[in-house]
Design a protein around this ligand. Sequence first.
Ligand code: FNR
Length: 378
Amino acid sequence: NEIYLQGLAGTTPAFTTDLTALEEAAKAVLTPEAFGYVAGSAGAGATARANREAFDRWKIVPRMLTDATDRDLTTTLFDAEIPAPVLLAPVGVQSIVHPDAELATARAAAGLGLPMILSTASSRTIEQVAEASGDGPRWFQLYWPNDPDVCASILDRARKAGFTALVVTLDTWTLAWRPRDLDRSYLPFIRNEGTAIAMSDPAFRARLQKTPEEDQPMALLQWIGMFTGTDHSWSQLAVLRELWDGPILLKGIQHADDARRAADAGMNGVVVSNHGGRQVDGALGALEALPGIAQAVGDRLEVLFDSGVRNGSDLLKALALGAKAVLLGRPYVYGLGLGGEDGVRHVLRSLLAEFDLTLGLAGHRTPGELTPEVLVRG
Ligand code: FNR
């Protein structure tokens, strides 16, 4: 309606409403380095392609005369209501695409009441993002450091700054072979853009011989060393359970047995995800893993999903196959690159509007009505 009214006034939207065209639009405005970092994936890109192919294999079967005019997208996660089943996926180093970085994302998410998941590799500190987010819902994503004091310190800061749920990413205990970043020698990282949380952390700083201001390369190397070669195990999740009294979700789960282990370890949710195809090249499309995992643990855990969601119909398919909500990844980052806070807001609102229309036109009123029966494979 808003866009129709704009049309009557002789104007058109500032950015495309075709969410699948965002990558193309972003490519035109971002530096090759920034675009390569966001769009890139592991190896030959087979997993990223498989993520899309998995969506294309499922088709929606619309139903008629179901009285779907009055729709309600409200979703409850861990006793909190959110206006729609959408969260902003943790994405590090957002300063590479826009100077307002995570602060713009936090403002756009908060304005719509959608949870932002802040990355450990953020280019702004936990406290700065919390301030920008105001009363907005916010979760924290942990890359799990092998130094227990640093881990405790970061979680303590997140809790004090109002982050309610913890998302522990398990699939990135070392960075995969990512040609587009390797070809540019990981410049954004070397410029220290994704280390705001580390460099502002008292426990981490206490580990350094010289301050990051005195010896930045050494600080960076030491930070990277906290994540590579970690020997975390399922039993050590008990440590995180001790440190964090809110909900904990494990991100990067792709096998039903791992989801069961998450439940056995006292976790509260999983994010079925292959990191947008950025870790294991040649892996299965994330959506292929979703139905089995939802079936295995859907009654014990909140099952969330990401990797490959591009528009409203993708969102519908993921919910129908068992996700309670989805994390949006690259599309909002392209929005950030195209227009800062306004760009992120535009992408999120377009996604919600397209989902709402698709849901209704397919004959359904609420996300909760979506079951595998609303789809066919073919
Ligand atoms: C990511 N992702 C990610 N995940 C995470 O747990 N911590 C992080 O810091 C990052 N950083 C990051 C940077 C960039 C540029 C991208 C594209 C992705 C993964 C992210 O949370 C999510 O799993 C994927 O983006 C989902 O795939 P699509 O939808 O973007 O294809």
